[in-house]
Design a protein around this ligand. Structure first.
Ligand SMILES: [Cu+2]
Length: 677
């Protein structure tokens, strides 16, 4: 699946008027930029291994020529002042985005990057500050800058699990990697999921600990940072709604994985104990082990962060706003949320992001909750433990309480969505268009396979001692290829643009009771969305699972990036175009695991008016949009989840709609595991 970024270039360029596109004209090629970024992120804890970049790091003076910055050097002067005053976090120390001062430092560096007018200034600053700032702060700032700066628009970022492997694998594997390095013995080590079979949660650890899903989650938060201000360069379209949707999808998906594994759905509330403990078996590169939490802990106030009472107060203010149908902004004005854009405001409020209209009153429920839950092992700071897994987007989903926390917030969003009027038959109808048949070609079947990735950046090294191959392999979920076959007839007498939306929800709940349509639609997993031109009469649409717009391919490894960049510097096509965004879920992760008997799903297809839905032209020719991407305008005018996002008091409305189809399918998993050889 290729990505939306490609499609949105024009829009993105237009949205960055104050930045120096022109100054970069005739500048560095995409291949050169890719080369620079590869080396800036390689071996992040040691010396820069590219002589050019190393020279820049040693001799560049960030303040020498301020005309290279679109803010006349304001950001770089600010950062340099703190550097010269030795106020910046040391190197070889953990970094957490949820630590206010550490975040401030990382954003000071981002501020420098985003105001560079040309690549040479960008990359020189990157080399310079990599050598002087905390590694975690540097990696974060550079990733976000490459994602958002027009100077880096074709650069493919390496997989974070190879840049900072500590945050993706477990302590046992890291220790083995160090031993291999010390003894100069190549090694491939098996990563296994945390815990034992005595812990039923381990049955779904393959989900929370999937490195591709972790990459999706951390990348999403880099595309839509909660600290984003439009003054950096551009507005992030529907950021708050996106926040709701991306986590809603993770939440419903986790429950579907639980059903696949005979586990009950999850819940959490502040006045009840956290039933599930968690031992992360994960270590910081610098800073020791991630803290563990025993079972059945009662929530405690966290010194310097929040009292549980504060969270309850914020929650009730938000629930009040939902019941009233409006948010009160800073100035006391009412913002109506009883419409399709209400969810966007509410997302900004609940996260909260800097887009929140009143953070003073509604607080930051999500961000505070992450820290409070992350600190439950040491709420009073008695033991000087480093931040918990929940305080990093890379590691948060490893803790089973992540999904419980998000379910709690998802239920608040549901209250809002349920307060909106249901769609009427008139609104849902696409006159003259009917879905005649839906079928799946190929079986919906998942399996596990071992995936290998490089750990060389986990260990310390010097240029004098040659690298040995050190890698790990980890089981991951994949699925067999399948096609959606959708027959649609168009009796409108002319060609017409249509949107095809495909969802599936589990047929039965954990007690074996059939979900009502209204319960099911809230639990619907989005499988695909695309635009198609329907010619008059019968249309037979085939859509491959690999084409899904909600997914992205695997991020290319460092090794592949180095290879492809070399070829591209020699004049060949880099072949990296398809990998420019890593924000969607991995394509291999498209469907839930299912089980031996076949987990039954309701699969629904809604075909709606494509011209009314499309926010951009040419969507039918361009299957390249990834709807999690942040660049430019979001292509769909409809709310995320449409037309299942609102309450359905009478399911006959849908079942009688000609442009809506509904079948039963089963997802199988026969225990197949393709082992590493
Ligand atoms: Cu998140």
């Amino acid at each position: 699946m290729r990505v939306f970024v490609v499609l949105a270039l024009v829009a993105a360029a237009a949205a960055w008027p104050n930045l120096g596109f022109q100054s970069d004209a005739g500048g560095e090629s995409d291949a050169q930029k890719q080369h620079d970024v590869n080396f800036l992120l390689h071996k992040i804890y040691g010396e820069i291994r590219d002589s050019n970049l190393k020279a820049k790091a040693d001799s560049f003076d960030p303040e020498a020529d301020l005309s290279h910055y679109s803010d006349d050097g304001a950001a770089v002067q600010k950062l340099m002042r703190d550097l010269k005053d030795h106020r910046l976090l040391e190197q070889k120390h953990w970094f957490s985005l949820f630590n206010p001062r550490q975040r401030q430092e990382a954003l000071m560096l981002f501020d420098v990057f985003i105001h560079c007018k040309d690549w040479d200034t960008f990359v020189s600053n990157a080399a310079y500050f990599r050598q002087r700032m905390n590694e975690g702060e540097f990696v974060y700032a550079l990733y976000v800058a490459v994602i958002h700066s027009p100077l880096a628009e074709h650069v493919v970022l390496p997989p974070l699990y190879e840049v900072t492997p500590h945050l993706f694998t477990n302590s046992e594997v890291i220790e083995a990697a160090y031993r291999a390095k010390q003894t100069q013995t190549p090694g491939k080590f098996q990563s296994s999921f945390t815990g034992t079979k005595k812990n039923p949660e381990q049955r779904v650890a393959y989900f929370g600990e999937d490195i591709g899903m972790n990459t999706h989650h951390v990348t999403w938060h880099m595309e839509f940072p909660f600290w984003w201000q439009d003054s950096y360069s551009h507005h992030l379209d529907r950021k708050g709604e996106n926040f709701f949707w991306v986590h809603h999808q993770l939440t419903v998906r986790f429950d579907a994985e639980r059903l696949s594994n005979y586990l009950d759905p999850v819940e959490l509330h502040w006045d009840k104990p956290i039933v599930q403990g968690f031992a992360p078996h994960t270590t910081y590169k610098y800073g020791g082990q991630f803290p563990s939490r025993p079972d059945n802990v009662d929530f405690e106030d966290v010194d310097g962060v929040a009292r549980i009472r504060d969270l309850l107060i914020i929650e009730s203010r938000i629930r009040d706003a939902i019941a009233h149908g409006y948010i009160v902004d800073k100035a006391g004005n009412h913002i109506d949320i009883m419409n399709e854009r209400g969810i966007d405001v509410l997302g900004d409020v609940i996260e909260s992001s800097l887009y929140s209209p009143n953070v003073q009153y509604y607080g930051a429920l999500h961000n505070t909750a992450h820290i409070v839950l992350g600190r439950q092992s040491d709420p009073h700071g008695k033991y000087a433990l480093p931040p918990g897994v929940l305080e990093h987007f890379e590691t948060a989903t490893r803790d089973p309480s992540f999904f419980r926390l998000h379910k709690y917030m998802d239920n608040i969003f549901k209250e809002h969505k349920d307060s909106l009027p249901p769609y009427t038959v008139e609104e849902l109808t696409f006159a003259g268009v009917s879905v005649d048949n839906i079928a799946i070609e190929g079986e919906l079947e998942t399996y596990f396979e071992d995936f290998e990735y490089n750990l060389i950046n986990a260990v310390d090294d010097t240029e004098q001692i040659a690298d040995v191959d050190i890698s790990t392999y980890v089981p991951r979920l994949n699925h067999k290829d399948f096609d959606f076959k959708i027959d649609v007839s168009n009796n409108r007498g002319e060609e017409v643009l249509a949107t095809v939306r495909i969802f599936a929800w589990p047929h039965l709940d954990n007690n074996g009771i059939k979900f009502t349509f209204d319960e099911g639609r809230w639990n619907a997993i989005e499988l695909d969305k695309f635009w198609v031109k329907l010619s008059g009469g019968a249309n037979h649409i085939t859509r491959k699972s690999s084409e899904s717009a909600v997914t992205v391919p695997d991020v290319p490894s460092f090794e592949t990036l180095f290879e492809k960049t070399k070829e591209a510097l020699g004049g060949a096509d880099s072949g990296l175009k398809d990998f420019e965004s890593a924000t969607g879920i991995p394509n291999r992760f498209l469907i839930p695991k299912g089980n031996e008997q076949g987990l039954q799903f309701d699969l629904v297809v809604a075909v709606t008016d494509g011209a009314a839905d499309a926010a951009l032209d040419g969507l039918h020719e361009n299957t390249e949009f990834n709807h999690y991407g942040s660049h430019g305008k979001y292509p769909d005018n409809r709310p995320h989840g449409y037309p299942l996002d609102r309450r359905v008091p009478d399911e006959r409305v849908f079942e009688d709609l000609p442009n809506f189809g509904h079948i039963q399918v089963k997802v199988f998993n026969h225990g197949e595991h393709i082992r590493h050889t």
